[in-house]
Structure formats: structure tokens, C-alpha cells
Design a binder for this molecule. Structure first.
Ligand code: AHM
Ligand code: MG
Length: 324
């Protein structure tokens, strides 16, 4: 059997990835291969449509949200190195093996609104070391900077795995035999960009720094930025971040005025942190409106956060507008 480690770039093999971490990654990846199979067949495997259930955040679940969640939990719970799991689709954490060394957090199928219309979706995951002592919610509440690995699998025209274990980023493509083969080593997010991603329909609800930033981008070369910008919005964070990793750009989901008790839409532990680690490892940046995303001290498993991430020059500029 070909193991995942064989596909790791040489520098990671030499850096002796702890064996147990390698095994947890293999479990995540094997779950994602299975999910990829379901996503690819769509209506042919009867997986499209609503599940008729809701998650803790009051969002309706699609059948594939539930299937992807069940696959990840089943495979990860089977791995003795996994101490516990936290999922966007579960109310509380799931305990696994008391002697396990790692905690795995995930959004099983991000971008659910795209499932039934055959547009890219993805799985996002984050791996932390379990602190000493009994497993409790607080065990998971570690800063993004403490992640020992993070990644996503994009179910797009190709199924691709993007992974960091803290030494740069590697990109793998799922081949016909079900193996993830490395197809790009250390992609770098261009520091400058002319492309942004935001859900413009929320424009009237944004806070002043974001209103001003987008006004400047839309004014293009006629205003202070001195160049014209292009916009993309897939409504699938994995697709968006992958585009930014490959060719630069800035992705935003800001807080808005509708409900000031909610700092944003996206979740810190399952979406913002893993994506921020990947982008930082590729030379990009991530900010929550106040500080670097990876320095945010989590207070809850399902905590939401404002998100600005991607090409460094844009994120730094957004930071300046927020500090003004
Ligand atoms: P989900 O986890 O329920 O799928 O929500 C996350 C998704 C992101 O992938 C995407 O960036 C965003 O929600 C799109 O939101 P909107 O539909 O408001 O544009
Ligand atoms: Mg999500």
C-alpha cells in the first residue's frame, strides 16, 4: 500500500514528521477521498438535497454535510492517535481515545450552498496537540499559531489537498488510483494583487473601514489605489482561498451592522485558523479586524470571526484602515 508519507515533499520526510501525526493526516486524507467519491457522483449516489436537520448554529444541513461529517468522525475515531474531534456540524466535541496525542477540528463540507448546483466545495481541517489532563472544550481552545497541521481538500474540477505542517505548503492532486500525488511544492501568495472577494450584497451593512476599502477598490485607478481591481465570489471559501494561494487576491467576510453580537459569519476554529496558517505559510497574511488571525485567543468552539486574508499588501492596507 502506498502511504501518504511517501508523497510528502522530501524536506518534510527529513524533518521527521511525528509518526502519530502522519497517521492522523492519513486518516483525514482517507476520509476526504471517500467524501470526494460521494461529491463526484452527486445525484447518482442519492446524496444531494436537504437532510431535514439543523446544526447548532441554526443552519439547515444538506445530506452531504451530514454524510461528510459522519465519514470523518467514523475514520478519525478509529485512529488511536486521535484524542478528540470538533466539527462545525456537532454541538460539542466528540471524545475519541484518552491516550491519543492529537485533536482534529473540521468543517466537513464547506460551501454547502454550492453542493446542489455542482460548484466546488471542500473540507477544511486543523490539527492541535492535546494538552495534558482530561479532554474538555478548553483543550481545543488554542490559538491558530499552535496548530501543528492544517489543510483543506477542494472538491473541484480536480480533487486537491493543500497541507501545511508548519514548513511551507504542499499541494497534492487525487489520481485515478485514489492517491494524493504532490503536484506543487511551496506555492507563494503574490504580495500584491488586483483581485478581491467579498459578498457585495451585504455592502450597506458593512462598518466604515470596509465601506471605505471597497469604495477605493471600486474607484480603481481614479482613486488612491491607482489600479483597477477585478472581483470574484464563489461563495465557497475553499475555492476562494485556493484561487488566492495560486494567483493572489484578498478574501473578506467582515462583521456587519445587522447583529453586532456576531463578529462575522465564518468560524475561527474550523475555517479562519486553518486557512490563515496555510496563507501565512505561503507568504500571505490574515487579520480579524483587530489582530493577526493566528493570535486570536479562542473563547468557544463555534466562535465566529471577521475575516480578511490573502495577499500581504492588501491585508496590511485593510489593517491600516481599521487602525485609522
Ligand atoms: P458554510 O460552512 O455553512 O458552508 O458557510 C461558509 C461559506 C463559505 O465557504 C463562504 O465563503 C461563505 O459561507 C459564503 O457566504 P454567503 O452565502 O453569505 O456569500
Ligand atoms: Mg464552513
Amino acid at each position: 500500500m502506498t502511504t501518504f508519507a511517501q508523497f510528502l515533499p522530501e524536506h518534510l520526510q527529513q524533518n521527521a514528521l511525528p509518526e502519530q501525526l502522519g497517521s492522523v493526516l492519513e486518516s483525514v486524507i482517507s476520509a476526504c477521498s471517500e467524501i470526494s467519491g460521494k461529491v463526484r457522483l452527486g445525484a447518482l449516489s442519492g446524496v444531494l438535497g436537504m437532510a431535514g436537520t439543523g446544526n447548532i448554529q441554526g443552519e439547515d444541513q444538506k445530506k452531504l454535510d451530514v454524510i461528510a461529517n459522519d465519514i470523518l468522525i467514523r475514520i478519525l475515531k478509529d485512529n488511536p492517535s486521535v484524542a478528540g474531534l470538533a466539527s462545525e456540524e456537532e454541538d460539542t466535541f466528540v471524545a475519541a481515545h484518552p491516550d491519543g496525542r492529537y485533536l482534529v477540528l473540521f468543517d466537513p463540507l464547506d460551501g454547502s450552498s454550492n453542493i446542489d448546483v455542482n460548484i466546488s466545495v471542500g473540507t477544511i481541517f486543523s490539527i492541535l496537540e492535546k494538552p495534558e489532563g482530561d479532554l474538555e472544550t478548553a483543550s481545543f481552545l488554542q490559538k491558530g499559531r499552535d496548530q501543528v497541521a492544517a489543510g483543506y481538500v477542494l472538491y473541484g474540477p480536480q480533487t486537491q489537498l493543500v497541507l501545511t505542517v508548519g514548513h511551507g505548503v504542499s499541494v497534492f492532486t487525487l489520481d485515478e488510483d485514489g492517491n494524493f500525488v504532490m503536484t506543487k511544492e511551496n506555492p507563494r501568495v503574490p504580495e500584491t494583487t488586483k483581485e478581491f472577494a467579498i459578498n457585495m450584497s451585504n455592502r450597506r451593512h458593512w462598518l466604515p473601514p470596509v465601506q471605505r476599502y471597497i469604495d477605493e477598490l471600486l474607484a480603481g485607478e481614479t482613486d488612491s489605489r491607482g489600479k483597477n481591481y477585478n472581483m470574484r465570489w464563489v461563495a465557497s471559501m475553499v475555492a476562494e482561498i485556493h484561487r488566492i494561494l495560486m494567483r493572489g487576491g484578498v478574501f473578506m467576510y467582515p462583521q456587519d451592522k445587522r447583529d453586532l453580537s456576531k463578529p462575522g459569519k465564518l468560524r475561527l476554529m474550523y475555517e479562519a485558523n486553518p486557512m490563515s496558517l496555510i496563507l501565512e505559510q505561503a507568504g500571505g497574511a490574515a487579520f480579524d479586524g483587530q489582530i493577526d488571525m493566528l493570535d486570536v485567543k479562542p473563547v468557544g468552539l463555534h466562535q465566529r470571526v471577521a475575516v480578511f486574508m490573502g495577499s500581504k499588501e492588501e491585508v496590511d492596507y485593510i489593517r491600516k484602515l481599521h487602525q485609522a
